[in-house]
Design a protein around this ligand. Structure first.
Ligand code: GN1
Ligand code: MG
Length: 365
């Protein structure tokens, strides 16, 4: 184990009034962006307590202080509304200087409690998890539906501006810094064909057809801690990208992940597609929690959100592959290309099922 990381975790912990000393830690590997450690503190001979220590990725988040400001604001807004047994929203501990982040060796760190008896899923068959995930992300939107938008920074400008995402991809194709474009002609043709569709929600927003809302913007269900026994949602995590956005993208990104019949980076594309039963269960949970505040146009564009965000995500993976894998952490050569191909296949399958997707939303609206 890297000795310097132990040293760093100790240094970080010194900035907090924690009740004990570090006894052990493990690295959590499911996120693509930040570095996350589960840290065990020894309090006395009989007591131990677990925390999460996380290093913010400053290649992705150029202004970590603004990210942490947003998280604090969300916490202040939602805290009074959340009752004892409700699904919570993660917040970070204040350090000895009253800040919810700590800088060590020029790196930004934050610390929170480890939520006991919690579990996250990268792939699941149990429909209770789908309902829970839909409910948790719908409720998240509902809790923030009256939050003044001007309290939040746009921490990654144009994060889900799919028109700009398409432009960036085609610019990278022109640059082709590593000569990888020749491998991905078919994939590029897909984006060429769907470039207009990908921009459709951005256009509707520009025309004022639906409102901007405070959204999560990274609604994979592994960003919800669930109760290991009951599978009810305990806590929404990964608030780094909470900022003004579209409900359709939060719904859509969740479907991209939860509705896939395979994992996000499946290489056997015959396994990849939209699971309509999972889609329906997620939608049922989401619409239950969102009752009363979505506009008819927002409801009408939810399914479109799933298609558009899946195309967007595919484009981001492909761009990163062409650019030498600088943004998303990879675990094998070609990993971002595998991810892109999987997302393209999923988007194609969604297009085939599009009418059904819309009907299911109508059923619960
Ligand atoms: C990244 O936090 P993490 O690694 O789960 C990314 C999301 C992508 C997702 C794809 C800040 O999320 O936008 O949808 O990977 N986060 C950021 O799995 O870019
Ligand atoms: Mg994230």
């Amino acid at each position: 184990m890297d000795i310097s990381i132990i040293q760093t975790l100790k240094e970080v912990s010194d900035h907090y009034d924690l009740p004990g000393t570090i006894k052990a830690f493990t690295q959590c590997v499911n996120g693509h962006i930040n570095d996350t450690y589960r840290v065990l503190l020894r309090i006395d001979n009989n007591t131990e307590k677990e925390y999460i220590f996380q290093r913010i990725n400053d290649y992705v988040f150029k202004e970590p202080v603004k990210v942490m400001h947003n998280i604090k604001e969300i916490s202040l807004h939602t805290r009074p509304k959340i009752k004892a047994n409700d699904c919570d929203i993660i917040s970070f501990l204040d350090n000895k200087r009253g800040r919810n982040y700590t800088v060590v060796n020029g790196e930004y760190w934050r610390v929170c409690y480890y939520v006991k008896n919690s579990v996250t899923f990268d792939y699941v068959e149990d429909s209770r998890v789908l309902y829970s995930a839909g409910y948790a992300f719908g409720r998240f939107q509902q809790l923030l539906s009256d939050m003044p938008m001007d309290k939040l920074y746009e921490t990654i400008p144009d994060f889900h501006n799919t028109r700009k995402r398409m432009d960036s991809l085609f610019e990278m194709v022109t640059l082709d810094p590593l000569g990888r474009v020749q491998e991905v002609r078919e994939e590029i043709a897909f984006f060429d064909k769907h470039r207009e569709l990908a921009s459709s929600l951005v256009e509707l927003l520009e025309k004022g057809e639906f409102p901007l809302r405070v959204t999560h913007n990274d609604t994979k269900y592994n960003n919800i801690l669930m109760d290991r026994d009951t599978l009810t949602p305990l806590c929404v995590i990964d608030l780094d990208t909470v900022m003004p956005g579209l409900t359709a993208y939060d719904f859509g990104d969740a479907i991209r992940f939860a509705g896939n019949t395979a994992v996000e980076d499946e290489t056997d594309l015959s396994k990849v597609g939209l699971n309509l039963e999972h889609y329906e269960e997620f939608t049922r949970g989401f619409m239950t929690a969102c009752k009363g505040f979505l506009t008819p146009k927002e409801v009408e564009t939810l399914a479109l959100g799933a298609v558009v965000i899946t195309i967007e995500c595919a484009s981001r993976f492909l761009l990163d592959f062409l650019n030498g894998d600088k943004y998303f952490r990879i675990h094998r050569p070609g990993h971002n290309l595998d991810r892109a191909r999987c997302q393209i296949r999923l988007a194609q399958d969604m297009l085939k099922h599009y009418d059904n997707m819309c009907k299911i939303i109508q059923k619960f609206s």
